[in-house]
Each structure stands twice: as C-alpha cells, then as structure tokens.
Design a protein around this ligand. Structure first.
Ligand code: PLP
Length: 436
C-alpha cells in the first residue's frame, strides 16, 4: 500500500507540530514507528487517506464516533447549530435537553454541568469531591486513565499503602503524594489503602469497566465492594465513564445489566465525555444534588468555561444519543462484534498465535498472550512486538486499529457483515505472515 503522501505530511508536520501529532496516542511510536496515516476524510465505518487508500476504521476516534463518520443526523444537527451561532456565551435550551437526556439514562446524576473534555470533567469531579469532604487524597486504580490533569497522571508507588509518584515530568512530587494507586479488581489492596489513608481520602476514582488497558470487566462484587469500602471510610465514589457511557447500552456502567446490584454500585459523581458530544469536543460531570451544590455559582468549588455547553457540541450530542436510542442498535453492534472476535480468535488459533480477546458488547481488545487479562499487570505482560507487527500488517491490508496494545477496538452502527468478513480475512493473512 502506497502511503507516500502521509510520509511527506508527517515530515512536514514534524517541523511545525510537536512530535507531528496533537495527541501522543496518535503517534506510531508504540507500534514500531513510522508515519501515522494522514486521513483526508471519514465516511461511515471507513477512513480515506491522503493517498486515497481506504481503511475499515476500528479506532472510532478513540470512542466518540459510535455512529460512524459524518452521520447524516449528526451532521445536520451541527450545521443547524452553526447557522444559529457557534458560541453564544449565554444559556440555551439545547443544554437543558441534553442534561435531561443524560439524567434519564444515568439516574445517579441529579445535576449536570457541561465542560469541554473528559480531562476537564474528571479534574472537576476531584475538586468537587475535595470540597464536599474537606479531604485531600484520591485513590485510583493502576492502568485506569483519567485524562491528563496533574492529579491523575500519577503511577503507583511500590505497593498499595505507598503514595504515588508522578507519571509525567512537570508534576510536582507533592501533588503525586495526594494520590494512592491500587490494582484494579483488587478489593484487599483498596481496603489496605483505605485503612492507612482513609481519614484523608476524598474519593475513590475508577473506570468501572476499564477501557484503557484493553477492555476489562470488573470481577463480580468488585464495584459493590469498592462503593461500600469508600463510603464506610467517608470517601466519595467517582466513576470515570468517559469511555463507557453509552458505549455498551443506552446508559452507563452503573445501569449496565449483568453487573452487581445497581443500587449498591451507585457513584456520588460521574465524569462523562466522548460519545455524549457526537464527535465534537465535550465533557460533563454530574452527581447527587447535595454534592453538586458545591459547584459555583451555588457553592465554593469554582469551575468555568468559555466554550462549555456550546450549541454545536450539545446539538451533536443530542443527535448522537437520538441515533443510539433507536431499538436494536446495541444488539446489532454486539452481533457483529461476536462474529468478528470469534473469527479473529479462530484465525489466531489456526496460526498458533497466542491471543486473548476481552469483549464487552460492541468493543473488545486483543492481547497477545496465553493468559486472561483482568488487571494492568496482566495487560502489561503481553507481547507488544506481536501487537505492533499485527497492527502494521492490518494497516497494510486496509484495517485501521488504534496504535497501542492497550487500546480497544470500537465498532460503530455503520459496520456491516461485509466489513467484519473483510477484517477477519485481513487478520487471518496477518497472522499467517506473523507465523512465518
Ligand atoms: N477518562 C477516560 C476513561 C478516558 O479514556 C479519557 C480519554 O481517553 C479521558 C478521561 C480524557 O478525556 P479527553 O481526552 O476528552 O480529555
């Protein structure tokens, strides 16, 4: 496949944009390097690059594009919003409509506030939890990603009862000291941390279903135990549902069938983003009335935004949720994903390539290993070189995955049986080449 224009544009981008990309996850550093593909456009389940190559897209822009690219209902909503003014800086009726839709689908949120990204949403939930509890520390889980604000870019110390160390340059050690990281799916680690630090823990924050070291489900009882332990120690529970909300069903993890008793896994605060903006920048957070009343102008926790609640993002979000609320949408994505994952697994087995697939409805992750992946350590203990090789083979066969062994594959409402069959064929021939 000729991608010479992407190579030329990448060389040019490197001159002007740091690292040539506007988010490090877009670089191909983790998959053997080379020029990321410069896309000219996306349509439905497909990408078209600057060299006019066509790809089946499983990146879905890291999650938001669940209805495929340029969905006509969303495009129409954005166009109409833009023609009425892209940014008014005043309240609009649209914001009430989307807030009501979110509240109806996620009943733990009595009150909502819109922001511009998942990072902002998470960052603010932490501030609100600290304001409400008048405590400082946060407990998070290893490998859960919560955006790039200082407090959540912190790695584990050497055990659950040690304080964190910064995961990025530019974060003072004093800030990392406010964060404790424990293994996901490990209630005894959480209990140990709470016993030691619980008196000063404002919140336990979690990706309730993990999307950032592959797709990983909570073990039965994990979320229930987490909520109980946090509340017993006077800490709030924050669910980061930036990836998971509206991903698996019309709702969020807290309302997802098959998980623990919903009343017992109810968070105090929820952070949202991605899908709820239909492909435009957005974030939102919400929670119980009592906790949310900490937020300005009602309460002492300040949070603001010039772009927050802009009509284009809100209109795109409403339109996206309208598409997702149609009957059968999630069932069809799941049907295709089962067919795809069964096909990929069978092809890997046929060529003797160890592969573990974690699937949650219409999304899944591929781990090159022969053991289950239930926490970050197990996700790290997988063959990154095999993933890199698979990624490059798939790309050359017209299938675009996310360029990291930790990222998920996302199906959209636009993928078809023919796309799935073509992807299985590409995987089979990629595995064949890898096995040689
Ligand atoms: N939280 C989770 C679970 C995420 O996956 C992400 C982004 O991937 C974020 C927060 C940050 O969102 P954003 O990139 O919109 O700032």
């Amino acid at each position: 496949m000729n991608r010479s224009k992407s190579e030329q544009y990448y060389a040019e981008a490197l001159e002007h944009i740091v690292g040539g990309v506007n988010s490090p996850s877009r670089s191909f550093k983790a998959v053997g390097g080379g020029a990321p593909v410069f896309m000219k456009r996306g349509q439905g389940a497909y990408f078209y690059d600057e060299d006019d190559n066509k790809y089946i897209d499983y990146l879905a822009a890291y999650g938001p594009i669940i209805t495929g690219h340029a969905h006509p209902h969303i495009t129409k909503a954005i166009t109409e919003a833009a023609s009425n003014g892209t940014l008014l800086g005043t309240p609009t009726v649209l914001e009430i409509k989307l807030a009501k839709m979110l509240k109806e689908a996620i009943p733990s949120m009595d009150k909502v506030r819109f922001v511009n990204s998942g990072t902002e949403a998470v960052m603010t939930t932490i501030r609100v939890a600290r304001a409400y509890t008048k405590r400082n520390k946060i407990i998070k889980f290893a490998g859960n990603y919560h955006g790039h604000s200082d407090l959540v870019l912190v790695a584990a110390g050497s055990g659950p009862s040690t304080l964190g160390i910064p995961d990025s340059a530019g974060i003072p050690a004093s800030i990392a000291q406010e964060v404790i990281t424990v293994p996901y799916n490990d209630l005894s680690g959480l209990e140990e941390a709470l016993q030691k630090w619980g008196h000063d823990v404002a919140a336990v924050m979690v990706e309730p279903i993990v999307g950032n070291f592959g797709m990983v489900m909570p073990k039965p009882g994990f979320l229930e135990g987490l909520c109980k332990l946090a509340h017993d120690h006077g800490a709030l529970v924050i669910y980061d549902e930036v990836i998971t909300a509206f991903r698996f069903h019309y709702g969020s993890t807290q309302t997802y069938a098959g998980l623990d008793n919903h009343d017992l896994i109810k968070p105090d605060l929820t952070a949202l983003g991605k899908i709820i903006g239909g492909g435009l920048p957005i974030g939102a957070y919400g929670g119980s009335k009592e906790v949310m009343e900490q937020v300005a102008p009602l309460g002492p926790a300040y949070q603001a935004g010039t772009m927050a609640g802009n009509p284009a993002s809100i209109s795109a979000g409403i339109a996206c949720l309208e598409v997702l609320s149609q009957p059968g949408v999630y069932e069809e994505m799941e049907r295709l994903t089962i067919k795809l994952t069964e096909g990929i697994q069978a092809a890997a087995d046929r060529h003797g390539i160890p592969l573990t697939i974690n699937r949650v409805r219409g999304s899944f992750s591929t781990h090159f290993c022969d053991h289950p992946v239930t926490d970050y350590e197990e996700a790290q203990d997988t063959d990154g070189e095999a993933f890199a090789s698979f990624f490059q083979h798939m790309l050359n066969r017209g299938v675009h995955l996310a360029p990291s062994k930790y990222e998920a594959w996302f199906l959209t409402t636009e993928h078809t049986d023919a796309d799935i069959e073509a992807t299985i064929e590409a995987a089979d021939s990629s595995f064949e080449a890898m096995a040689k």
